[in-house]
Design a protein around this ligand. Sequence first.
Ligand SMILES: C[S@@+](CC[C@H](N)C(=O)[O-])C[C@H]1O[C@@H](n2cnc3c(N)ncnc32)[C@H](O)[C@@H]1O
Length: 308
Amino acid sequence: MNLTMSVPTHTPVLLAETIEALAVQPGGRYIDCTIGAGGHGIAILYHSSPGGQLLGIDADPEAIKVAKARLEAYSSSTLLINENFANLKAICIKYNFLPVHGILFDLGLSSLQVNGGGRGFSFQHDAPLDMRLSPSQEVTAADIVNISSEAELAGLIRTFGEESHSRGIAHYIVRQRPIKTTLQLTQTIEQAIGGRRGRIHPATKTFQALRIAVNQELEHLQSALEQAIELLGFGGRLVVISYHSLEDRIVKRFMHQEASGEKACLRLINKKVITPSLAEVELNPRSRSAKLRAAERITEPDEQFASG
Ligand SMILES: C[S@@+](CC[C@H](N)C(=O)[O-])C[C@H]1O[C@@H](n2cnc3c(N)ncnc32)[C@H](O)[C@@H]1O
């Protein structure tokens, strides 16, 4: 497999486990809802050759550019769409890409977005407080930080960051406004709750909360999972890799719900969640919080989704 090393890279997490869970087969049709730098995508194309097809979606136009370069060798079998996966069903109908053998979500951000600096996702790089996946979105993290009331900020940091110091942080933020950069926000949080606690940086949870709010991550995930089921053919696989407990809770609840009762349309592939080996975490520390869940469709798709 040629991984065209001149293109910026992001090390795909749980790669072998993902290919196995998707049961990738030659000639299959797959959707990677979070194509990112194309790490999982290129492996899906490799294992589905000859005849495989991949629809790659990403909300970030920069990711689509990187994926396009990375997947160039497979350009005739690949369709790349710069869209939010919240519009998954409409995209598949528009491009007549259904039914499918497998759908992958590798949630969150790629290393390119986090380490690229200028996007405002990381407290380790000073940048405007943006955090939008796509420049077409209207609301930035700065808008939320500078316009919300103290109570709204505290609620958001508590709910989406699971941060126990949310009220103190919100109080300091409101006192320090306007806050325009990641550095200003990080310093404000440090003032509110002090320096490093244990292994995680004091700004980690607040940054997570803002990113989730800016990109409506939890609503979009719930909606996309519901749409994904409809697009799978009989025996098609749904595979989701999540990186924090709020996402994983949604995925777990969704899969368990759809796999139980008389009207069950899914069968769980792995009863226990799959996590990376110690060796993978050592090689790629970003993988340490990854959780993979997979399920198989056990019912026929509705007629409108049955032919491609
Ligand atoms: C962890 S990265 C995926 C990396 C990819 N699997 C690889 O191996 O290169 C997650 C990607 O999902 C994209 N993303 C996150 N939420 C999205 C959404 N709601 N719609 C579309 N893309 C989204 C991000 O822009 C990012 O590029």
